[in-house]
Design a protein around this ligand. Structure first.
Ligand SMILES: Cc1cc2nc3c(=O)[nH]c(=O)nc-3n(C[C@H](O)[C@H](O)[C@H](O)COP(=O)(O)O)c2cc1C
Length: 648
């Protein structure tokens, strides 16, 4: 068979290990680390899914090597902890049995330890240890690690590496990037030591080299050791790409694979995890440059997921391996689809940060486009329905499409009706915003999957009570979505007003001076886009904050873009829309004109409860999902749609 992406599908040998292709799964933290520091079964299932999906290596995230001075990601391979080795062994085995190489990331968070999942009582009793005495930006004091402590940490890397090998891991990733301990030592910004661990390049690399030697001694020759390095720290006073090249050259003799990432977690989250506002693969140039200076294989990462782009990276010699994190949450089967020439079926990551935000907010994991994430133990195989039924889905937005797809995979006869002439529902409006293109494309991918699964799609077809009863469906999934909220404010029905959902249809109507009315997520994103287009943009919001509906990871990056492009008026209540802009009242009741000859109305959505009420009795089994049930997120629409279909 001729593979469409031959370079991505080509095996690679590193050390004594042959990997089945060039698509590796990047470390992503588990969600059920037990209180005594073991990998829980949910995390094992989480990693196993990526192995089933065809990745050549699956990296199990941040195993803490030295709990005496660390406490960030709180699991530790330790034979004195009952079940520690067993949990690691089950995890390595769950990955290996699908043909992927299990890799374990060994990490120490240094001065940023203890900020995350650490057990509360320990967090209070722990010091923060880093290269130098300092006070962190959040006010936490940091003490300099003594040479004895460093020697102990080096030794513990070796010990944990040996245990990882015993547990069945066939590769190790030493985390030397993202602002954690080894990165802190590399960095002139963090490392102010005057002993043999600070100052010159050789001194700043001494700890990492000590660690690598200890690990090699524990695992022996031929066992692949990978080093994760930030190619540039992207912070003033930190090291830049030139510094990254110099560090790479120092550590090269001790490693088998150099993994070039970017930035620091604490000060450059959007560099390390490129947001939707950045180009895909925006950090590849770091790997490409470093590769020119080393002879070990080099891996790249950051906003990757497009097979064309990844193929070009390998074919063009920019890197030897591509790593993905979020793209493999969105579609764990991406590598299989690439290998089997089914790339059209790849569900793309939206870079919406639901994955990371959910972890921060609730210590669980979710993915907007993949309802299985965080619930992997429930199984990824769709069980055929015991009795085949006729299922009618009303509404072709993301929730309706996913429900239809899932029901068809279970063997039901499925008809999806959409009253408009195109599928996608609220996602259609995203086509006007280039940084949200993946969100717009999502409907097309779900449509393809639904059609392949056998769903019959009827466009321009509204499901009324009569229509549903005539179809005599056994099950009806109501996914009719929401409609824009347009309050009775004078002038809001005027010719210079465009409803945000219709912006993609009425783009030409929008002048170069715009007021966006409503500072929720939709209003903010539209304002950013208009600003990027070179328009003068004002944003009016009644509350004191912008985009409270954006998740905790996306919001700070969104606000940065707002700062670049938009003049913001919070605490302003819109009273009247005129040809010159919006007349607003501030908190003291003073009136102001916020200028703009066009107005974008982004004041929220309301469920289509009238349609829901009409259809409630139109079939024996009825489920209401997505915005039709409650105005919420795409994440909920897809998740509820999936489960409504499983419940039939
Ligand atoms: C949900 C999630 C959890 C992550 N956890 C870790 C981790 O524990 N250790 C680590 O080194 N990187 C972690 N990362 C960073 C990724 O490995 C990767 O460097 C980053 O997401 C950029 O790759 P991407 O654009 O393909 O997502 C995590 C990323 C995500 C999305």
């Amino acid at each position: 068979m001729e593979r469409k992406y031959p370079n991505l599908c080509k095996p690679i040998k590193i050390g004594n290990v042959t990997y089945r292709n060039r698509m590796f799964s990047a470390p992503m933290g588990g969600t059920d680390i037990t209180n005594d520091g073991c990998i829980g079964p949910k995390s094992t299932a989480f990693y196993e899914l990526r192995a089933k999906g065809g990745a050549a290596a699956v990296t199990v995230s941040e195993c803490m090597v030295h709990p005496e001075t660390d406490g960030s990601h709180a699991y530790h391979l330790d034979t004195t902890i009952l079940n520690s080795l067993a949990a690691a062994t089950y995890t390595a085995d769950a990955i290996r049995r699908h043909g992927a190489m299990p890799s374990l990331e060994l990490s120490h968070s240094g001065m940023y330890a203890g900020t995350y999942m650490t057990d509360k009582s320990r967090q209070h009793s722990m010091n923060q240890w880093g290269p130098s005495d300092c006070v962190r930006p959040d006010g936490v004091p940091v003490k300099a690690l003594t040479k004895e402590m460093l020697a102990d940490i080096v030794q513990s890397y070796g010990k944990v590496a040996g245990l990882a090998k015993r547990a069945g891991f066939e590769m190790l990733m030493i985390h030397g990037g993202h602002g954690w301990l080894l990165n802190q030592f590399f960095s002139p910004y963090f490392n102010k030591r005057t002993d043999e661990y600070g100052g010159s390049l050789e001194n700043r690399c001494r700890l990492a080299i000590g660690v690598l030697k200890a690990v090699r001694e524990a695992v022996g020759p031929g066992f692949p050791i990978e080093f994760r390095l930030s190619g540039s720290e992207f912070i003033e006073g930190g090291y830049d790409l030139e510094g990254g090249v110099a560090i790479a050259k120092q550590i090269e003799p001790y490693i088998d694979l150099l993994h070039v990432s970017a930035g620091t977690y604490q000060r450059g989250f959007g560099d390390t995890h490129p947001s939707m506002f950045k180009p895909h693969g925006c950090n590849v140039y770091l790997a490409e440059e470093i590769k020119k200076h080393v002879s070990v294989p080099v891996a790249t990462i950051g906003g990757l997921g497009s097979p064309e782009q990844m193929e070009e990276i390998i074919a063009g010699g920019k890197a030897d391996i591509v790593y993905m994190a979020r793209a493999l949450l969105a579609d764990p089967f991406l590598p299989r689809k690439v290998t089997e020439n089914r790339d059209q079926e790849i569900v793309k990551c939206l870079r919406c940060f639901t994955c990371m935000a959910e972890r921060a907010a609730t210590s669980t994991r979710r993915c907007t486009v993949n309802p299985l994430i965080g619930r992997e133990m429930e199984g990824c195989e769709i069980a055929p329905a015991p009795v085949k039924k006729k299922v009618l889905v009303a509404g072709g937005g993301p929730g309706g499409l996913y429900a239809a797809y899932t029901a068809a995979r279970r063997g039901h006869q499925v008809i999806l009706c959409e009253k408009e002439n195109a599928l996608g529902g609220i996602l259609k409006s995203e086509q006007a915003l280039p940084f949200k293109h993946e969100m717009y494309e999502l409907a097309g991918t779900y449509e393809l999957l639904a059609r392949k699964a056998g769903v019959e799609i009827r466009l321009n077809t509204e499901v009324t009570k009569e229509y549903a009863e005539k179809e005599q469906a056994d099950a009806l999934i109501i996914a009719v979505g929401s409609k824009p909220l347009v309050p009775p404010i004078p002038g809001l029905d005027g010719p210079n007003v465009v409803i945000v959902n219709n912006y993609y249809l009425e783009k030409e109507k929008v002048s170069d001076d715009v007021v966006v009315f409503g500072g929720g997520l939709a209003g903010c994103e539209c304002a950013i886009h208009l600003g990027m287009e070179g328009k003068k943009v004002h944003l009016v919001e009644m509350r004191d904050v912008l985009a409270p509906d954006a998740n905790v990871r996306h919001r700070p990056l969104l606000l940065k873009e707002i700062d670049k492009y938009v003049t913001v008026h919070t605490g302003y209540r819109g009273l009247k829309v005129t040809e010159e802009g919006i007349i607003c009242a501030d908190k003291d009741g003073q009136e102001h004109l916020v200028p703009g000859t066009s107005v974008i109305c982004a004041l929220g959505q309301r469920s289509r409860t009238d349609v829901v009420d009409e259809l409630r009795d139109a079939a024996p089994y009825v489920a209401v999902i997505g915005d039709a049930a409650k105005v919420s997120t795409i994440t909920n629409a897809v998740y509820w749609g999936y489960h409504a279909a499983l419940d039939i």
